[in-house]
Design a binder for this molecule. Structure first.
Ligand SMILES: *[C@@H]1O[C@H](CO)[C@@H](O)[C@H](O)[C@H]1NC(C)=O
Ligand SMILES: *[C@@H]1O[C@H](CO)[C@@H](O)[C@H](O)[C@H]1NC(C)=O
Ligand SMILES: *[C@@H]1O[C@H](CO)[C@@H](O)[C@H](O)[C@H]1NC(C)=O
Ligand SMILES: *[C@@H]1O[C@H](CO)[C@@H](O)[C@H](O)[C@H]1NC(C)=O
Ligand SMILES: *[C@@H]1O[C@H](CO)[C@@H](O)[C@H](O)[C@H]1NC(C)=O
Length: 544
């Protein structure tokens, strides 16, 4: 590609978009920009000068009453400069035009004008009435305007299509309202793909320096119950009646900083996006400690349950494009016990500068550093029994982005799942039993004959749950990371390592709760002996 081609491409992709809005300038030439003062959101619309009009002060209008947040409302306004106001009436009049709204009027940047009339309330503030009073003593009529974001109701045949380009980020200043590119006289259509590519490249440069001031999400030592099942066991011989149970909790810790960006191009009239992309950046430390105590035999399965959810301040350009993110933690544990056991294991990961570009693009690759952290493990079991118990757990921090565009005509949810799992498998043989040892004595593990395997897995996937202007749908999937790790493997007593293959169970997709009736243990409730009490430092965790 020659230098001049590159220059031309960058000119094309920024031509329609690159100018900033200036609230002191009316937009009468068919191209209007709206951006926020913080410089994190910009929307530009362009079409025929008859298709877009302006009711800002620069265009000659004074707004008399207007709700700053409503998307659908009737407002009152009066013309203060008849030369400027003539643009509003030109061609077929204001109805069916798109209008750029002043910053303090309406929740959206642009609205559709569905009705215009001379308002029944003609009152004006005294000083405004004084300054607008003509020689003959009259004042201009107070106008009524009905505004909404039902862009699909505009007939494009009336004034032609209106194109749109949108860029936003939750990182203050990222969109850069400061850049000044003079508006070119003639605007060509945005080069397809060029715009999104430029914006993705910008998001790709976000690093911790840029996102450090974003408010983090913190979850500190919060305990979430996963399941608790009980069975009453009758007295038998010298053993009094007791309750046997399986109980699992997760203690979660998370510190996450989420950066977001979005860009789109298309037409607002008629409403259709032909290019759309979101960016999610994540820096996080995530830790879930699974604590499982079981004295009953049987299977318990929590199904996939939602443990925690919090809304994240997102990108909201009401009526145009809304990205409503939430941070969730989902969990699931399954236990298949035939032995008394007490297990505590950490699932701890560091996420360094993970970047998701969605839908997948050749211009910017989704990636990130995902690495396990120190993962302490404690396991005690009843001695002198055969066992093939398994315990598996998933902790799934998820970022969900609810996307809604152009007056809500298209909606979808994009998700980023960080599925951390751990699976513990016992293969114990009662075998030859050593003499009874005192509780707490490390040599107690001599009473346990067999192997303990603890495997972990981490899978990071992104996808969507709906179709969005045909740009992506639920088949659009990205795998950012997938690895299995061996956390711990130990054989005790006379056993040699004849371990079963590690199996990290995948979650059923359906949301269900399933459990099988528990049974009382075959043996007396016994004192547990420790078979593992390990620090498992991060650097010893080997990928499989
Ligand atoms: C107007 O926009 C629609 C939808 O984006 C598109 O299909 C159509 O070709 C456009 N018409 C013109 C004249 O550009
Ligand atoms: C982040 O900021 C520090 C200090 O201002 C600087 O030394 C470092 O190079 C920056 N990192 C990047 C990736 O820009
Ligand atoms: C969270 O729990 C850990 C382990 O019990 C403890 O060391 C730490 O101080 C706790 N942190 C807070 C903020 O309570
Ligand atoms: C399980 O182990 C934890 C920590 O090792 C301990 O505090 C707890 O009392 C044990 N629970 C049972 C029922 O043995
Ligand atoms: C343990 O299993 C072995 C072989 O599978 C069997 O011979 C033995 O009786 C079992 N012991 C107990 C206590 O169930």
């Amino acid at each position: 590609m020659s230098l001049s081609t590159i220059a031309l491409l960058s000119l094309l992709s920024s031509a329609a978009y690159g100018f900033t809005n200036d609230w002191t300038q009316p937009c009468f030439d068919g191209q209007c920009a709206y951006s926020t003062d913080l410089g994190s959101f910009k929307v530009v619309g362009w079409g025929s000068p008859n298709a877009i009009t302006d009711i800002t002060a620069a265009a000659g209008w004074e707004i008399l009453n207007c709700d700053p947040n409503a998307l659908t409302q009737d407002i009152r306004l009066v013309c203060t400069n008849s030369e400027g106001c003539s643009h509003f009436y030109q061609s077929n009049g204001p109805v069916g035009k798109l209008v750029r709204l002043p910053q303090n009027c309406g929740g959206s940047a642009f609205a559709r004008i569905s009705r215009n009339w001379v308002h029944e309330d003609q009152s004006l503030p005294a000083n405004l009435a004084r300054s607008l009073r003509r020689r003959d003593g009259t004042t201009p009529d107070v106008q009524g305007l009905a505004l909404d974001t039902d862009f699909a109701a505009v007939d494009p045949a009336q004034n032609g299509n209106v194109s749109i380009a949108i860029e936003g980020s939750n990182v203050p200043g990222a969109v850069g309202n400061a850049e000044v590119t003079p508006a070119p006289a003639r605007r060509s259509r945005l080069r397809r793909r060029g715009f999104l590519k430029d914006i993705f490249n910008k998001f790709n440069t976000f690093d911790k320096n840029i996102t450090k001031d974003l408010p983090p999400i913190d979850v500190t030592n919060q305990t979430f119950p996963i399941f608790e099942d009980k069975v009453s066991c009758p007295a038998s011989g010298s053993i009094p009646a007791f309750d046997a149970s399986i109980k699992a909790d997760v203690v979660a810790n998370a510190h996450a900083v989420i950066s977001l960006g979005a860009a789109a191009t298309g037409t607002i009239i008629p409403p259709k996006l032909d290019e759309f992309g979101v960016f999610v950046g994540l820096n996080a430390d995530l830790k879930g400690t699974l604590e499982l105590v079981g004295s009953a035999s049987g299977t318990a399965d929590s199904g996939k349950i939602s443990l925690f959810e919090v809304g994240v301040p997102g990108l909201d350009f009401p009526g145009i494009l809304t990205l409503g993110p939430s941070f969730k933690i989902q969990g699931q544990a399954t236990a298949n016990l035939d032995i008394d056991a007490n297990l505590s294991v950490d699932l701890a990961y560091h996420v360094d500068n993970a970047k998701l570009f969605f839908p997948p693009s050749d211009d910017a690759a989704s990636n990130g550093g995902f690495s396990p952290l120190d993962s302490p493990l404690k396991l005690s079991v009843s001695p002198s029994v055969n066992s093939s118990a398994t315990v598996a757990a998933h902790l799934i921090p998820t970022i969900d982005l609810g996307v809604s565009a152009l007056g809500g005509i298209a909606e979808a949810t994009i998700f980023l799942d960080l599925d951390a799992s751990v699976s513990t498998t016992l293969s114990l043989n009662a075998g030859a039993v050593a003499s009874v040892t005192t509780d707490g004595d490390k040599s107690a593990s001599a009473d346990v004959n067999g192997c303990v395997d603890v495997g972990a897995g981490f899978d990071v996937n992104a996808g969507a749950d709906g179709s969005f202007f045909g740009l992506f749908d639920k088949t659009t999937q990205i795998n950012l990371f997938s690895k299995k790790f061996e956390l711990f493997k130990k054989c005790l007593g006379t056993s040699t390592s004849t371990r079963r293959d590690l199996e990290v169970r995948s979650l059923p997709t359906a949301f269900y709760h399933h459990k099988r009736a528990l049974a009382c243990p075959a043996l007396d409730p016994a004192n547990l002996v420790s078979v593992a009490e390990e620090a498992i430092p991060a650097d010893s965790i080997a990928a499989l």
